[in-house]
Design a protein around this ligand. Structure first.
Ligand code: AGP
Length: 367
């Protein structure tokens, strides 16, 4: 059936605004609201026997994997190796005996990711995939398939697929941590509570649309844009930069905030907008000092934080977006939304083909 855009101007816009609903649908599939516990489909192995997890994906799906690495190492105590598929498949890395390899793909058809899956399978890994298309090739060739319930994603720039991947990955991290005894029952309940509130907070963030459209006007003539984040905010900085590049054709870089002084700080002058992803989490003070360094060199800082963070440092920014105060664990899911909206509005302002940007295909089935 032909999918319509409804009242939206672009599929990307529609898909951004669908996120509260599809994150909710994805949570419903995996959370038992009565017991506040997560229930994934049964797997033909136990994560207790897994010594190391390998995650492989491309593009935006790879950034979801970076968030998952942080969650799984931090909250489930399991070491994770992560790689982009086009590097992984030709490096032919040794893989641990009895290991599990996890593949992330919206389409389930990305050629490099599929080739990496086949390599991991040939090396005896159990194969888990998270896909948005149940009947896709990657799903068919996996031992375990976890679905995102994003619905069809039409815009080339991935939005709701990413936040629903994060939702499933959050459930997976909690499951591993619970099963191996790293995560106590009350910690699981606290994370489940925070996850349950994500759709509500996502809807609140969408109310900043007009404000973000205004900010976008000031970015549209930049030649370069820098996105900075730490910890769970680092992959979101990468994702924000990719979104901007692919639909607005502005050069952007996502950087770990602490790495800036090792090179990219040389780029900064008044013409470079710097988007800082800074929820008031345990790394806030560190990110804040990197932001101060950038501001001191004349950088135009756009500061994404919550009321607490803005009260401390909002004055130093040339613009701010106030996001809801949420548990550290779920912040990456929510901080994704304003960077999607920003890229969208910059692209609309520049008049590019938002849903079909030049040179890009929705599903990359060639090398
Ligand atoms: C995202 O906005 C991109 N269009 C692209 O990076 C995409 O995420 C990548 O090609 C992977 O696709 P997949 O999730 O379908 O495997």
């Amino acid at each position: 059936a032909m999918m319509g855009k409804g009242n939206y101007n672009h599929f990307m816009q529609k898909e951004i605004f669908e996120q509260p609903a599809v994150i909710g649908d994805t949570l419903h599939a995996f959370i038992n609201p009565a017991t506040r516990t997560i229930k994934l489909p049964d797997m033909p192995f136990s994560f207790n026997d897994v010594s190391r997890l390998t995650i492989v994906a491309c593009g935006t799906s790879f950034y979801a994997g970076m968030v998952a690495k942080h969650w799984i190492e931090r909250y489930a105590g399991l070491g994770v190796d992560i790689d982009i598929a086009s590097e992984f498949r030709y490096r032919c890395p040794p893989l641990p005996k009895g290991g599990v390899a996890l593949f992330l793909s919206q389409s389930g058809e990305t050629l490099d990711t599929l080739a990496a899956l086949r390599y991991a399978k040939s090396k005896g890994q159990k194969i888990v995939s998270i896909v948005n298309v149940a009947e896709s090739t990657i799903a068919r060739e996996s031992d375990v398939v976890l679905l995102t319930y994003a619905g069809p994603e039409i815009g080339v720039a991935s939005t709701k697929a990413f936040t629903t991947q994060l939702t499933v990955l959050a459930c997976l991290a909690v499951t591993i941590g619970r099963d191996n005894g790293t995560l106590a029952k009350d910690e699981e309940a606290a994370i489940v509570n925070a996850l349950t509130e994500v759709p509500k907070h996502a809807a609140e963030i969408l109310h900043h649309d007009d404000e973000i459209r205004e900010l976008a006007i000031n970015i549209a003539d930049a030649r370069d844009v820098l996105y900075l984040g730490r910890g769970l905010g680092y992959p979101i900085a990468m994702e924000g930069a990719l979104k901007l590049k692919e639909i607005s054709y502005i050069h952007a870089e996502g950087y770990a905030a602490g790495e800036m002084k090792h090179g990219p700080i040389a780029l900064i002058d008044q013409s470079v907008p710097i988007i800082v992803i800074a929820p008031s989490d345990e790394l806030f003070e560190k990110t804040a000092s990197n932001m101060q360094e950038a501001a001191a060199r004349g950088g135009r800082v756009i500061f994404l934080s919550d009321a607490e963070g803005l009260a401390k440092l909002g004055d130093m920014a040339s613009a701010t977006v106030e996001l809801p105060k949420v548990a550290d664990f779920v912040a990456p899911i929510l901080y994704t939304i304003p960077v999607q909206m920003l890229a969208y509005h910059v692209a609309v302002h520049k008049g590019t083909d938002v849903d079909q940007p030049r040179n890009l295909a929705k599903s990359v089935t060639v090398e």
